[in-house]
Ligand binder design. Structure first.
Ligand code: OGA
Ligand code: MN
Length: 294
């Protein structure tokens, strides 16, 4: 079937028709999806009634899977899904909604801050593929911000200033912003900061973008409060309405985004209602600090 894209966001994001994830992709379909991702950065596929195996098969046909091991506060025996999935739900291993004050839920509220997936890993994620299995009665949208546009609209002086900056990213920094600070020594060691460039060049489009994320907590060589303010100011710039697409979920939607050119955040929803979202993730090519400045 021909793959048809229709833009739905302000300067990015498109709906895709002609893909059935219950069936293997043809080489032309794989090509069309990658081309669509380069161009739109967020692709929405409606009506995909797929199970875990089908989501995995679809994801693997686009690249290599990034495992979700040790990135949440779930203990090894508390995983609801295999480690090929990031469990973005509010459900425990028995499929029960977390209590309001459950530490695992409070940690996951960090997803409501603007971020790029796995920016706290040395090799951060390429694409994320989030599938909606159950959604709340209201709220729970996912919002996306288009970072090439955020970069392009910086003043020349700011572009020069950010060009070679390196940030430290950790899930500890994002949670700190929410007042979540009671990490164990084991968690502090596991969430040790990693370095990321602030300006990235996209290998598919050649465009520069701001690589921002709420996990960024310092800029190498800068005093911390000045770095935090500077990053906050950039996030404010990058998330103006003209750069943002808000996705209202339907069960069966699969939304795929390119973490190298977008940030995203979850919006709140009623705490007692199940929201079953399952994410598969594609590995990035390498550390951003290894990227040669263009
Ligand atoms: C994610 C994420 C947002 C949401 O899956 O990485 O941040 O709306 N999800 O659940
Ligand atoms: Mn995320």
């Amino acid at each position: 079937m021909p793959v048809v894209t229709r833009q739905i966001g302000p300067c990015f994001a498109a709906e895709v028709e002609g893909i059935d994830m219950t069936r293997p992709l043809s080489p032309d379909e794989v090509k069309a999806i990658h081309a669509g991702m380069d161009r739109y950065a967020v692709l929405v596929f409606h009506g995909q009634r797929i199970d875990d195996d089908q989501q995995l098969a679809f994801t693997k046909s686009l690249g290599e899977i990034e495992l979700a091991v040790g990135t949440s506060l779930r203990a090894p025996d508390e995983y609801r899904l295999p480690t090929t999935f990031a469990d973005v739900s509010n459900l425990d291993q028995h499929h029960k909604v977390f209590a309001r004050d459950d530490r695992r839920r409070l940690f996951a509220i960090g997803n409501r801050l603007w971020h790029s997936d796995s920016s706290f890993k040395v090799v951060p994620a390429k694409y994320s593929l989030l599938h909606a299995r159950a959604i709340p009665s209201k709220g729970g949208n996912t919002e996306f911000a288009y970072m090439p546009a955020a970069y392009d609209t910086l003043e020349a002086e700011t572009k020069a200033e950010v060009e070679d900056l390196i940030c430290e990213h950790s899930q500890i920094f994002s949670r700190q912003q929410l007042g979540f600070t009671d990490f164990t020594d084991e968690e502090r060691a596991r969430f040790k900061p990693v370095l990321q460039r602030l300006v990235r060049v996209h290998p598919g489009t050649g465009r520069k973008s701001l690589y921002l994320s709420s996990h960024a907590g310092t800029i190498v060589g800068w005093p911390v409060p000045e770095a935090r303010f500077f990053l906050r100011d950039l996030v404010e710039h990058a998330t103006q309405p003209e750069f943002v697409y808000s996705h209202k979920w339907r069960v069966g939607d699969l939304v795929m985004w390119d973490n190298r050119q977008t940030m995203h955040r979850a919006r709140p929803f009623p705490a007692h209602e199940p929201r079953d979202m399952r994410r598969t993730t594609l590995k990035g090519d390498g550390p951003t600090v290894a990227q040669v400045a263009a």
